[in-house]
Design a protein around this ligand. Structure first.
Ligand SMILES: [Zn+2]
Length: 407
């Protein structure tokens, strides 16, 4: 008998709170990738998926899947790892939503030829490598990276993955998964300011992250005359001030950039810096603006090296292109929100998500719910219960439509 599928509000909220107990740290969670708490959360999820009647797989890199017993399915989920002092909803919300949608559809007898596959991707937050689980599942990373990436504690990725050494690999099956739908907290203040419970994501920004290295020579800062110094710090500061001016000039309306760290070594007031590092990141949903920033950066590095040979070099740690949401997925999300009477707003995502990795291969859609005070990546992160429930209802209605339109 087919009934009208319904979100079980109490089950949804209590599962989210139960997951937040794993690695709990005050009002937030500490579940950095492959920590004890992260692995425990993955096993907890696997059990939940099993109880929901889904076929469970934990793969070779810790991605957890709960698959419907059908040959075609919409992939849904997010991640359950966190930043070191993270909030309880970042990632977890999308995974528990997907689980709840799968349970609601199956209880109502809706899943026929087309079902849903629930996933929690590993290391979305990039403790070792950004979107590591989703990019590996999509075939965009090979095993050579296991020996190239470390976390901040100096643990090699290959060592961290020992916990899953008996597991099978997983590969995105495009003939099975016709799309990927991810819900997430907004992590910014826009929806709250608009007083709307649902955001329909239009695109995910492209992100460039790089480090600039400056070299000089350590000398006594009192006895070495100014013209005879090779000062790595001086080069860094000069280049940084030019970047500040030129980035501002070239920026589009929504371009954001950040100089997140400066390191000077040996790092003493009386020693001329021998080595200096500058962390640079910029993001935009318009590829043209990213390219103008790329060009400015290359130009300034060239100019610095022309003035002082080999004083500056760069290594890129991430370079992703902006990615648009599938128009059909957007429309279905919008229709679902409208049908349920939840006000919604088109909104670009300034944060990266697993959807950006999966979206290189299959159509994607994303839904946001408001973050109280716009706060995220902090234990203060929170969303009103009524908004959590509203988001799940919209996701359920949208999923049902997507399954029907594919069947
Ligand atoms: Zn996240």
């Amino acid at each position: 008998v087919i009934q009208h599928p319904k979100i079980d509000r109490d089950r949804l909220l209590s599962d989210l709170r139960e997951l937040a107990e794993i690695g709990k740290d005050g009002t937030g969670v500490r579940r950095p990738a492959y920590s004890e708490a992260d692995i425990a959360a993955r096993h907890w999820l696997a059990e939940k998926f099993r109880t929901a009647g889904l076929d469970v797989q934990i793969d070779r890199v810790g991605n957890v899947f709960g698959r419907s017993r059908v040959s075609r399915a919409l992939l849904m989920g997010s991640h359950s790892d966190s930043v070191p002092y993270g909030g309880w909803l970042d990632g977890s919300l999308g995974v528990i939503y997907a689980l709840e949608v799968a349970r609601a559809l199956s209880a109502a007898g809706v899943i026929g030829a087309v079902g849903v596959d629930v996933v929690s991707f590993a290391d979305e937050e990039g403790m070792f490598a950004g979107w590591f689980g989703s990019r590996t599942h999509c075939g965009d990373f090979d095993d050579s990276v296991w020996r190239k990436f470390w976390n901040a504690e100096g643990v090699l990725l290959a060592e961290a993955l020992e916990a899953f050494k008996d597991r099978q690999r997983s590969t995105l099956d495009k003939s099975r998964n016709f799309g990927y739908l991810e819900a997430h907290i907004e992590q910014g203040p826009r929806l709250e300011a608009l007083g709307k419970p649902v955001g329909i994501v239009t695109s995910i920004v492209g992100i460039r992250t790089c480090k600039l290295y400056f070299s000089g020579r350590a000398d006594h800062a009192g006895t070495t005359p100014m013209p005879m110094r090779k000062d790595a710090g001086k080069h860094l500061v000069a280049l940084l001030s030019r970047l500040c001016a030129r980035f501002k000039e070239a920026a589009g309306e929504d371009t954001v950039w950040n100089f997140g760290n400066i390191i000077m070594k040996p790092g003493a007031a009386n020693v001329v810096p021998e080595h200096a590092e500058l962390f640079v990141q910029y993001r935009d949903s318009d590829a043209k603006n990213l390219q103008s920033f790329d060009a400015i950066l290359a130009d300034e590095i060239r100019a610095a090296n022309a003035a002082e040979p080999n004083c500056c070099s760069m290594s890129s740690t991430m370079a992703t292109e902006p990615i648009a949401m599938d128009p059909h997925f957007r429309q279905v999300l919008r229709d679902a929100a409208t049908q349920l009477g939840h006000a919604c707003e088109d909104i670009p995502s300034g944060a990266g998500h697993d959807a950006a990795a999966v979206g290189m291969h299959i159509p994607i859609g994303m839904l946001f719910v408001p973050s109280i005070g716009g706060r995220s990546h902090t234990p203060e992160e929170n969303t009103a219960d009524e908004h959590i429930v509203a988001g799940a209802e919209v996701l359920l209605a949208a999923t049902q439509r997507l399954l029907e339109s594919d069947a």
